[in-house]
Design a protein around this ligand. Structure first.
Ligand SMILES: Cc1ncc(COP(=O)(O)O)c(C=O)c1O
Length: 374
Protein backbone atom coordinates (compact mmCIF):
# COMPACT_ATOMS: atom_id res chain seq x y z
CA UNK A 1 0.00 0.00 0.00
CA UNK A 2 1.25 3.51 -0.85
CA UNK A 3 2.13 5.73 2.11
CA UNK A 4 -0.12 8.75 2.12
CA UNK A 5 0.25 11.31 4.88
CA UNK A 6 -3.16 12.84 4.15
CA UNK A 7 -5.09 9.58 4.50
CA UNK A 8 -5.99 10.32 8.12
CA UNK A 9 -7.69 13.52 6.92
CA UNK A 10 -9.77 11.76 4.26
CA UNK A 11 -13.47 11.02 4.73
CA UNK A 12 -14.51 7.54 5.94
CA UNK A 13 -14.38 4.99 3.13
CA UNK A 14 -11.56 6.60 1.15
CA UNK A 15 -8.89 4.45 2.85
CA UNK A 16 -10.45 1.32 1.36
CA UNK A 17 -10.42 2.68 -2.20
CA UNK A 18 -7.80 2.29 -4.92
CA UNK A 19 -7.73 4.60 -7.95
CA UNK A 20 -9.46 3.11 -11.01
CA UNK A 21 -6.73 1.95 -13.39
CA UNK A 22 -7.61 2.94 -16.96
CA UNK A 23 -6.19 1.14 -20.00
CA UNK A 24 -3.02 2.48 -21.59
CA UNK A 25 -3.75 5.01 -24.36
CA UNK A 26 -2.93 3.87 -27.91
CA UNK A 27 -0.60 6.86 -28.39
CA UNK A 28 1.45 5.89 -25.32
CA UNK A 29 1.88 2.26 -26.40
CA UNK A 30 2.83 3.37 -29.92
CA UNK A 31 5.44 5.72 -28.47
CA UNK A 32 6.86 2.98 -26.23
CA UNK A 33 7.04 0.41 -29.03
CA UNK A 34 7.98 2.84 -31.79
CA UNK A 35 5.04 1.64 -33.91
CA UNK A 36 2.12 3.47 -35.52
CA UNK A 37 -0.61 0.84 -35.67
CA UNK A 38 -1.44 -0.32 -32.14
CA UNK A 39 -5.02 -1.49 -31.59
CA UNK A 40 -7.04 -0.81 -28.47
CA UNK A 41 -9.78 -3.29 -27.65
CA UNK A 42 -9.95 -2.39 -23.98
CA UNK A 43 -12.70 0.06 -23.09
CA UNK A 44 -15.88 -1.18 -24.77
CA UNK A 45 -16.10 1.75 -27.14
CA UNK A 46 -17.83 1.70 -30.52
CA UNK A 47 -15.10 1.03 -33.12
CA UNK A 48 -17.06 3.06 -35.72
CA UNK A 49 -16.96 6.18 -33.51
CA UNK A 50 -19.83 8.68 -33.58
CA UNK A 51 -22.32 8.77 -36.44
CA UNK A 52 -22.46 11.50 -39.06
CA UNK A 53 -25.31 13.39 -37.38
CA UNK A 54 -23.42 13.64 -34.08
CA UNK A 55 -20.24 14.74 -35.87
CA UNK A 56 -22.14 17.49 -37.67
CA UNK A 57 -23.77 18.66 -34.44
CA UNK A 58 -20.36 18.91 -32.76
CA UNK A 59 -18.82 20.81 -35.69
CA UNK A 60 -21.69 23.29 -35.81
CA UNK A 61 -21.25 24.19 -32.13
CA UNK A 62 -17.58 25.13 -32.12
CA UNK A 63 -18.35 28.85 -32.34
CA UNK A 64 -20.52 28.68 -29.19
CA UNK A 65 -18.02 27.18 -26.78
CA UNK A 66 -17.42 30.38 -24.81
CA UNK A 67 -20.94 29.97 -23.43
CA UNK A 68 -22.00 27.70 -20.58
CA UNK A 69 -24.08 24.72 -21.67
CA UNK A 70 -27.82 24.50 -21.05
CA UNK A 71 -27.60 23.31 -17.44
CA UNK A 72 -31.12 21.90 -17.53
CA UNK A 73 -30.46 19.92 -20.72
CA UNK A 74 -33.81 21.17 -21.96
CA UNK A 75 -33.64 19.99 -25.58
CA UNK A 76 -32.04 16.61 -24.90
CA UNK A 77 -34.34 15.78 -22.01
CA UNK A 78 -37.30 16.59 -24.27
CA UNK A 79 -36.00 14.27 -26.97
CA UNK A 80 -35.26 11.51 -24.45
CA UNK A 81 -38.74 11.92 -22.97
CA UNK A 82 -40.21 11.37 -26.43
CA UNK A 83 -37.82 8.47 -27.12
CA UNK A 84 -38.82 6.66 -23.92
CA UNK A 85 -42.46 7.77 -23.81
CA UNK A 86 -42.07 9.32 -20.34
CA UNK A 87 -42.12 12.78 -18.80
CA UNK A 88 -38.95 14.92 -19.02
CA UNK A 89 -39.13 15.30 -15.22
CA UNK A 90 -38.11 11.61 -14.96
CA UNK A 91 -34.72 12.23 -16.63
CA UNK A 92 -31.42 13.09 -14.94
CA UNK A 93 -28.47 13.87 -17.22
CA UNK A 94 -24.95 12.87 -16.21
CA UNK A 95 -21.36 13.36 -17.25
CA UNK A 96 -21.45 9.77 -18.46
CA UNK A 97 -23.78 7.33 -16.73
CA UNK A 98 -21.02 6.95 -14.12
CA UNK A 99 -21.95 10.42 -12.98
CA UNK A 100 -25.57 9.32 -12.50
CA UNK A 101 -24.40 6.27 -10.49
CA UNK A 102 -22.34 8.62 -8.36
CA UNK A 103 -25.30 11.00 -7.91
CA UNK A 104 -27.41 8.06 -6.73
CA UNK A 105 -24.75 7.08 -4.19
CA UNK A 106 -24.35 10.65 -2.94
CA UNK A 107 -28.12 11.08 -2.67
CA UNK A 108 -29.10 7.80 -1.01
CA UNK A 109 -25.97 6.40 0.69
CA UNK A 110 -23.95 7.56 3.70
CA UNK A 111 -22.10 5.96 6.64
CA UNK A 112 -24.45 3.46 8.28
CA UNK A 113 -26.17 2.53 5.02
CA UNK A 114 -25.43 -0.35 2.65
CA UNK A 115 -25.37 -0.97 -1.09
CA UNK A 116 -25.82 -4.48 -2.48
CA UNK A 117 -24.25 -5.65 -5.73
CA UNK A 118 -22.79 -8.80 -7.23
CA UNK A 119 -19.27 -10.17 -7.21
CA UNK A 120 -17.61 -9.31 -10.57
CA UNK A 121 -20.05 -6.39 -11.05
CA UNK A 122 -19.04 -3.10 -12.68
CA UNK A 123 -16.17 -1.41 -10.81
CA UNK A 124 -17.91 1.90 -10.27
CA UNK A 125 -20.45 0.43 -7.79
CA UNK A 126 -17.86 -0.26 -5.06
CA UNK A 127 -16.11 3.04 -5.78
CA UNK A 128 -19.15 5.27 -5.40
CA UNK A 129 -20.43 3.26 -2.42
CA UNK A 130 -17.19 3.45 -0.46
CA UNK A 131 -16.49 7.05 -1.45
CA UNK A 132 -19.52 8.16 0.57
CA UNK A 133 -18.62 5.93 3.52
CA UNK A 134 -21.41 3.40 2.98
CA UNK A 135 -20.86 -0.34 3.24
CA UNK A 136 -20.69 -2.57 0.16
CA UNK A 137 -22.45 -5.95 0.53
CA UNK A 138 -21.19 -8.16 -2.27
CA UNK A 139 -23.24 -11.22 -3.26
CA UNK A 140 -21.30 -14.21 -4.62
CA UNK A 141 -21.86 -14.64 -8.37
CA UNK A 142 -23.27 -17.84 -9.86
CA UNK A 143 -20.81 -20.72 -9.82
CA UNK A 144 -22.43 -22.23 -12.91
CA UNK A 145 -24.75 -24.67 -11.14
CA UNK A 146 -27.92 -22.50 -11.02
CA UNK A 147 -27.18 -19.78 -13.54
CA UNK A 148 -24.46 -18.59 -15.91
CA UNK A 149 -21.05 -18.81 -14.22
CA UNK A 150 -19.84 -15.33 -13.14
CA UNK A 151 -23.38 -13.92 -13.62
CA UNK A 152 -25.42 -12.07 -10.96
CA UNK A 153 -27.16 -14.48 -8.54
CA UNK A 154 -30.36 -12.59 -7.74
CA UNK A 155 -31.28 -14.90 -4.85
CA UNK A 156 -27.91 -14.28 -3.21
CA UNK A 157 -28.36 -10.55 -3.77
CA UNK A 158 -31.85 -10.55 -2.31
CA UNK A 159 -30.64 -12.31 0.82
CA UNK A 160 -28.25 -9.40 1.50
CA UNK A 161 -30.97 -6.75 1.43
CA UNK A 162 -31.77 -5.55 4.94
CA UNK A 163 -33.01 -2.57 6.92
CA UNK A 164 -29.80 -0.58 6.22
CA UNK A 165 -29.81 -1.22 2.46
CA UNK A 166 -30.57 1.91 0.47
CA UNK A 167 -29.28 1.00 -3.01
CA UNK A 168 -29.01 -2.19 -5.08
CA UNK A 169 -26.92 -2.03 -8.25
CA UNK A 170 -27.58 -4.47 -11.10
CA UNK A 171 -25.73 -4.32 -14.42
CA UNK A 172 -27.72 -5.85 -17.27
CA UNK A 173 -25.66 -6.95 -19.08
CA UNK A 174 -22.79 -6.82 -16.65
CA UNK A 175 -19.34 -5.51 -17.46
CA UNK A 176 -16.84 -7.24 -17.49
CA UNK A 177 -18.63 -10.61 -17.64
CA UNK A 178 -21.16 -9.86 -20.42
CA UNK A 179 -23.70 -12.02 -18.53
CA UNK A 180 -27.35 -10.93 -18.50
CA UNK A 181 -30.69 -11.39 -16.78
CA UNK A 182 -33.99 -12.23 -18.45
CA UNK A 183 -37.26 -10.32 -18.19
CA UNK A 184 -38.80 -12.91 -15.84
CA UNK A 185 -35.76 -13.14 -13.57
CA UNK A 186 -35.56 -9.38 -13.20
CA UNK A 187 -39.31 -8.88 -12.83
CA UNK A 188 -39.42 -11.28 -9.87
CA UNK A 189 -36.48 -9.49 -8.30
CA UNK A 190 -37.95 -6.00 -8.78
CA UNK A 191 -41.19 -7.21 -7.18
CA UNK A 192 -39.27 -8.47 -4.14
CA UNK A 193 -37.13 -5.36 -3.53
CA UNK A 194 -38.58 -3.44 -0.57
CA UNK A 195 -39.77 0.15 -0.93
CA UNK A 196 -36.92 1.60 1.20
CA UNK A 197 -34.37 0.48 -1.41
CA UNK A 198 -33.47 2.29 -4.65
CA UNK A 199 -32.98 -0.39 -7.30
CA UNK A 200 -30.57 0.71 -10.03
CA UNK A 201 -30.61 -1.25 -13.27
CA UNK A 202 -27.58 -0.18 -15.28
CA UNK A 203 -28.26 -0.71 -18.98
CA UNK A 204 -25.09 0.81 -20.46
CA UNK A 205 -25.07 -1.81 -23.24
CA UNK A 206 -28.84 -1.84 -23.83
CA UNK A 207 -28.69 -0.98 -27.56
CA UNK A 208 -26.33 -3.88 -28.30
CA UNK A 209 -28.48 -6.64 -26.80
CA UNK A 210 -30.50 -8.62 -29.32
CA UNK A 211 -31.90 -11.39 -27.08
CA UNK A 212 -35.71 -11.71 -27.18
CA UNK A 213 -35.89 -12.29 -23.40
CA UNK A 214 -33.82 -9.18 -22.57
CA UNK A 215 -36.08 -6.60 -20.91
CA UNK A 216 -36.37 -2.86 -21.51
CA UNK A 217 -36.85 -1.98 -17.85
CA UNK A 218 -37.49 1.69 -18.63
CA UNK A 219 -41.05 0.47 -19.34
CA UNK A 220 -41.43 -0.66 -15.75
CA UNK A 221 -40.86 2.76 -14.23
CA UNK A 222 -44.53 3.60 -13.78
CA UNK A 223 -45.01 0.41 -11.69
CA UNK A 224 -41.95 0.70 -9.47
CA UNK A 225 -41.28 4.17 -8.01
CA UNK A 226 -37.99 2.99 -6.45
CA UNK A 227 -36.50 1.89 -9.81
CA UNK A 228 -33.75 3.88 -11.56
CA UNK A 229 -32.62 2.81 -15.04
CA UNK A 230 -29.33 4.17 -16.35
CA UNK A 231 -28.30 4.43 -20.00
CA UNK A 232 -25.37 5.97 -21.83
CA UNK A 233 -24.25 7.52 -25.10
CA UNK A 234 -20.74 6.07 -24.56
CA UNK A 235 -21.30 2.65 -26.09
CA UNK A 236 -23.47 2.02 -29.17
CA UNK A 237 -23.83 5.78 -29.83
CA UNK A 238 -20.04 6.13 -29.97
CA UNK A 239 -19.69 9.22 -27.76
CA UNK A 240 -17.56 7.93 -24.85
CA UNK A 241 -15.07 10.79 -25.09
CA UNK A 242 -17.78 13.42 -24.66
CA UNK A 243 -19.13 11.88 -21.41
CA UNK A 244 -22.90 11.78 -21.44
CA UNK A 245 -25.40 9.37 -19.93
CA UNK A 246 -28.72 9.58 -18.11
CA UNK A 247 -30.96 8.13 -15.46
CA UNK A 248 -34.68 7.41 -15.81
CA UNK A 249 -36.68 7.32 -12.60
CA UNK A 250 -39.75 8.49 -10.73
CA UNK A 251 -39.79 12.33 -10.96
CA UNK A 252 -39.40 12.64 -7.18
CA UNK A 253 -36.24 10.52 -7.30
CA UNK A 254 -34.98 12.63 -10.22
CA UNK A 255 -35.74 15.76 -8.24
CA UNK A 256 -33.46 14.53 -5.41
CA UNK A 257 -30.68 13.59 -7.85
CA UNK A 258 -30.95 17.04 -9.37
CA UNK A 259 -30.43 18.65 -5.96
CA UNK A 260 -27.01 17.00 -5.79
CA UNK A 261 -26.08 17.40 -9.47
CA UNK A 262 -23.57 20.11 -10.38
CA UNK A 263 -25.34 22.81 -12.45
CA UNK A 264 -23.27 22.31 -15.63
CA UNK A 265 -22.30 18.65 -15.27
CA UNK A 266 -22.84 17.90 -18.98
CA UNK A 267 -20.92 19.92 -21.56
CA UNK A 268 -22.41 21.65 -24.58
CA UNK A 269 -20.82 19.40 -27.22
CA UNK A 270 -22.10 16.31 -25.42
CA UNK A 271 -25.66 17.69 -25.20
CA UNK A 272 -25.73 18.57 -28.91
CA UNK A 273 -24.09 15.35 -30.08
CA UNK A 274 -26.40 13.17 -27.96
CA UNK A 275 -29.49 15.01 -29.24
CA UNK A 276 -28.37 14.36 -32.83
CA UNK A 277 -27.27 10.77 -32.17
CA UNK A 278 -30.56 9.74 -30.63
CA UNK A 279 -32.37 9.80 -33.97
CA UNK A 280 -29.50 8.29 -36.00
CA UNK A 281 -30.97 4.81 -36.16
CA UNK A 282 -28.86 3.93 -39.20
CA UNK A 283 -25.66 4.42 -37.20
CA UNK A 284 -26.94 2.17 -34.41
CA UNK A 285 -27.87 -0.50 -36.99
CA UNK A 286 -24.39 -0.31 -38.54
CA UNK A 287 -22.81 -0.51 -35.10
CA UNK A 288 -24.88 -3.58 -34.21
CA UNK A 289 -23.91 -5.30 -37.46
CA UNK A 290 -20.20 -4.63 -36.83
CA UNK A 291 -20.59 -5.97 -33.29
CA UNK A 292 -22.48 -9.10 -34.37
CA UNK A 293 -19.87 -9.99 -36.99
CA UNK A 294 -16.95 -9.08 -34.74
CA UNK A 295 -18.29 -11.12 -31.81
CA UNK A 296 -18.71 -14.16 -34.09
CA UNK A 297 -15.18 -13.65 -35.45
CA UNK A 298 -13.64 -13.46 -31.95
CA UNK A 299 -15.56 -16.46 -30.62
CA UNK A 300 -14.62 -18.55 -33.62
CA UNK A 301 -11.01 -17.45 -33.23
CA UNK A 302 -10.96 -18.33 -29.52
CA UNK A 303 -12.41 -21.75 -30.14
CA UNK A 304 -9.88 -22.41 -32.94
CA UNK A 305 -7.20 -21.64 -30.33
CA UNK A 306 -8.85 -23.98 -27.80
CA UNK A 307 -9.85 -21.08 -25.51
CA UNK A 308 -13.12 -20.89 -23.58
CA UNK A 309 -15.04 -17.63 -23.30
CA UNK A 310 -17.96 -16.32 -21.23
CA UNK A 311 -21.01 -15.88 -23.50
CA UNK A 312 -21.65 -12.12 -23.74
CA UNK A 313 -24.49 -9.98 -25.08
CA UNK A 314 -22.46 -6.74 -24.98
CA UNK A 315 -19.73 -5.37 -27.24
CA UNK A 316 -16.98 -7.19 -25.34
CA UNK A 317 -16.15 -10.75 -24.36
CA UNK A 318 -14.03 -12.39 -21.67
CA UNK A 319 -11.63 -15.08 -22.82
CA UNK A 320 -10.34 -17.67 -20.36
CA UNK A 321 -6.57 -18.19 -20.52
CA UNK A 322 -6.81 -21.11 -18.06
CA UNK A 323 -3.97 -19.58 -16.02
CA UNK A 324 -2.72 -16.13 -15.03
CA UNK A 325 -3.68 -13.72 -17.81
CA UNK A 326 -1.21 -10.97 -16.83
CA UNK A 327 1.62 -12.60 -18.79
CA UNK A 328 -0.51 -12.88 -21.90
CA UNK A 329 -1.67 -9.29 -21.47
CA UNK A 330 1.94 -8.04 -21.32
CA UNK A 331 2.86 -10.10 -24.38
CA UNK A 332 -0.15 -8.78 -26.30
CA UNK A 333 0.90 -5.23 -25.48
CA UNK A 334 4.38 -5.96 -26.77
CA UNK A 335 2.64 -6.94 -30.03
CA UNK A 336 0.67 -3.67 -30.12
CA UNK A 337 -2.66 -4.96 -28.74
CA UNK A 338 -4.26 -3.32 -25.70
CA UNK A 339 -6.96 -5.39 -23.98
CA UNK A 340 -8.26 -5.33 -20.40
CA UNK A 341 -6.93 -7.59 -17.64
CA UNK A 342 -9.62 -8.09 -15.00
CA UNK A 343 -7.77 -9.45 -11.98
CA UNK A 344 -9.20 -6.43 -10.11
CA UNK A 345 -12.64 -7.97 -10.73
CA UNK A 346 -11.52 -11.24 -9.13
CA UNK A 347 -10.97 -12.83 -12.55
CA UNK A 348 -7.17 -13.20 -12.91
CA UNK A 349 -7.36 -15.89 -15.62
CA UNK A 350 -9.52 -13.86 -18.00
CA UNK A 351 -8.92 -10.97 -20.36
CA UNK A 352 -11.80 -8.73 -21.45
CA UNK A 353 -11.68 -7.94 -25.14
CA UNK A 354 -13.80 -5.27 -26.79
CA UNK A 355 -15.25 -6.20 -30.17
CA UNK A 356 -13.47 -4.09 -32.78
CA UNK A 357 -13.44 -3.78 -36.54
CA UNK A 358 -12.72 -7.02 -38.45
CA UNK A 359 -9.05 -6.12 -39.00
CA UNK A 360 -8.55 -5.18 -35.34
CA UNK A 361 -10.12 -8.44 -34.17
CA UNK A 362 -7.89 -10.37 -36.56
CA UNK A 363 -4.81 -8.57 -35.31
CA UNK A 364 -5.69 -9.61 -31.76
CA UNK A 365 -6.40 -13.22 -32.74
CA UNK A 366 -3.14 -13.43 -34.69
CA UNK A 367 -1.21 -12.03 -31.72
CA UNK A 368 -2.92 -14.49 -29.35
CA UNK A 369 -2.24 -17.44 -31.60
CA UNK A 370 1.43 -16.42 -31.82
CA UNK A 371 1.61 -16.56 -28.02
CA UNK A 372 -0.07 -19.82 -27.28
CA UNK A 373 2.96 -21.90 -28.14
CA UNK A 374 4.54 -20.85 -24.82
C1 LIG B 1 -21.90 -1.55 -16.87
C2 LIG B 1 -21.45 -0.15 -17.12
N1 LIG B 1 -22.14 0.85 -16.59
C3 LIG B 1 -21.79 2.13 -16.77
C4 LIG B 1 -20.68 2.45 -17.53
C5 LIG B 1 -20.32 3.89 -17.58
O1 LIG B 1 -20.29 4.41 -18.81
P1 LIG B 1 -20.31 6.00 -19.03
O2 LIG B 1 -19.93 6.67 -17.75
O3 LIG B 1 -19.31 6.20 -20.09
O4 LIG B 1 -21.71 6.30 -19.44
C6 LIG B 1 -19.93 1.46 -18.11
C7 LIG B 1 -18.72 1.80 -18.88
O5 LIG B 1 -17.88 1.02 -19.18
C8 LIG B 1 -20.30 0.12 -17.90
O6 LIG B 1 -19.60 -0.89 -18.41
Amino acid sequence: MIENRFLRLAAPGIAGLRPYVPGKPVSELERELGIGDAVKLASNENPLGPGERAREAIASLLGELARYPDGGGYELRGLLAEHHGIDAACITLGNGSNDVLDLIARTFLAPGYEAVFSQHAFAVYPICTQAVGAEARVAPAHDGSKGPRFGHDLEAMQSLIGARTRVVFIANPNNPTGTWLTRNQLRDFVEAVPAHVILVIDEAYFEYVEEAEYPDTSRWLSHYPNLVVTRTFSKAYGLAGLRIGYGLSHPEVAELLNRVRQPFNVNALALAAAAAALSDRAHIERSLAVNRQGMAQLIEGFSALGLEHIPSVGNFVCVDLAGPAARVDAALQARGCIVRPIANYGMPDHLRITVGLAEENQRLLDALSGLLGW
